[in-house]
Design a protein around this ligand. Structure first.
Ligand code: ADP
Ligand code: 5GP
Length: 211
């Protein structure tokens, strides 16, 4: 019997460091796969189709919505973003843990469908530091900077919907905290009650056949 994988959802304001943290977390955490999202936003310099995102036209994205190919989707900062359902479902069914790096609207949709997931909110040490990080990344126009930074304070209000908050002061410390959360959640009896009950029942069956 394969134990279903754990779904890990990471959200937080733009510029908090989600991408940076994921980049370090993924290669150093066994059994954790990254779900590549679809988006209609333009690729940033160095971003590649099928690596960072699947970059789609709005028409193709809307087709995916119509075909129920997305686990969740949202309009974030004036572009569509969504999670292809098949990859996530296949990995979880195979017992692999899956990491989604998605916005709050998407996380709330996922929470309704996968209440057993673990929801982590990554925050910067301060709004001033957030501003520095978004500007320091050098990827935004003035308009998209305003949109992202302006949304941050409002986004922070959703912290209470999450299970854990991690402050990204130093990347490696934040990565270590997230890894610890995953390790603890994988050992949680409450989360795995059904699996253990089934094991126990099967164990009893074996015991009977030994008589
Ligand atoms: P997000 O994915 O949340 O939008 P990024 O990972 O793109 O954020 O990070 C935004 C910027 O902040 C990047 O230039 C990144 O190098 C920088 N950054 C991320 N984490 C830290 C940190 N702990 N300390 C300093 N700078 C950071
Ligand atoms: P960025 O354009 O900076 O890569 O991402 C902008 C926002 O979209 C971030 O908050 C990021 O977490 C979110 N995002 C990325 N992929 C998805 C997705 O598949 N679904 C949703 N709902 N949000 C996403």
């Amino acid at each position: 019997m394969i134990q279903r994988g754990l779904l890990v959802v990471l959200s937080g304001p733009s510029g908090a460091g989600k991408g940076t943290v994921c980049k370090s977390l993924l290669p150093s955490t066994e059994g954790l796969s990254y779900s590549i999202s679809c988006t209609t936003r333009a690729p940033r310099e160095g971003e590649m189709h099928g690596v960072n995102y699947f970059f789609l036209t709005p028409e193709r994205f809307e087709e995916m919505i119509g075909n129920d190919e997305l686990l969740e989707w949202a309009n974030v900062y004036s572009n569509y973003y969504g999670t292809p359902v098949k990859y996530v479902e296949d990995k979880l069914a195979a017992g692999e843990n899956v990491l989604l790096e998605i916005d709050i609207q998407g996380a709330l949709q996922v929470k309704r469908k996968y209440p057993n997931g673990v929801f982590i909110f990554l925050i910067p040490p301060s709004l001033e530091e957030l501003k520095k990080r978004i500007l320091g990344r050098g990827t935004e126009t003035e308009e998209s900077f305003k949109l992202r930074f302006g949304a941050a304070a409002e986004e922070m209000e959703y912290i209470t919907e999450y299970d854990y908050v991690v402050v990204n002061d130093e990347v490696e410390k934040a990565v270590e905290k997230i890894r610890s959360i995953i390790v603890a959640e994988l050992s949680s009896v409450k989360r795995n009650r059904e699996y253990y009950m089934k094991l126990i029942r099967e164990g009893q069956k074996d015991a009977v056949s030994f008589d």
